[in-house]
Design a protein. Structure first.
Length: 148
């Protein structure tokens, strides 16, 4: 017999917005899984709720209990089912770290800005810059792997 899994973040989001499920209908174990920070993060992916969630998170993290936070959202948010695409952060390891460091050093900019520069540069420009600093062809090949 398959063991029933506990509530997930999606169960809580649906319980708050779409299904309007009462707090007491969750098991005690599920109630302990409710994480206001994660719920805030997921709810803020919905563009129409960003300002509201930002304002409420002052209270939902640290001030209100998880139960009170759930009940606040349950009573306050409209009853509707919407899809909120999860917005991922920039992938930091998109380019070789040595390449990013070399570009940052060359242009005297931060590594974050260097990542943006490399994104805009073509492969030949990157290779020319690496040649300026005496990198071998095998080093350049390794550093430019994945760069188009």
């Amino acid at each position: 017999m398959a063991k029933k899994q506990g509530a997930t973040i999606f169960d809580f989001i649906n319980g708050i917005t779409h299904q309007k499920k009462e707090w007491h209908s969750y098991t005690e174990t599920d109630q302990k899984r409710f994480a206001p920070y994660i719920v805030n993060r997921w709810l803020s992916m919905r563009m129409e709720l960003i300002d509201l969630i930002n304002e409420l998170q002052k209270y939902t993290i640290g001030v209100l209990s998880p139960r009170e936070t759930y009940r606040l959202y349950h009573g306050f948010l409209p009853t509707n089912k919407t899809f909120a695409k999860y917005v991922k952060g920039k992938k930091e390891d998109k380019f070789d770290k040595q390449l990013i460091s070399q570009v940052a050093e060359h242009y005297k900019i931060s590594k974050s800005e260097a990542t943006d520069y490399v994104e805009l540069m073509d492969k030949n420009s990157c290779a020319d810059l690496l040649t300026l600093y005496g990198h071998t062809n095998s080093d350049k090949k390794k550093m430019l792997k994945g760069k188009k």
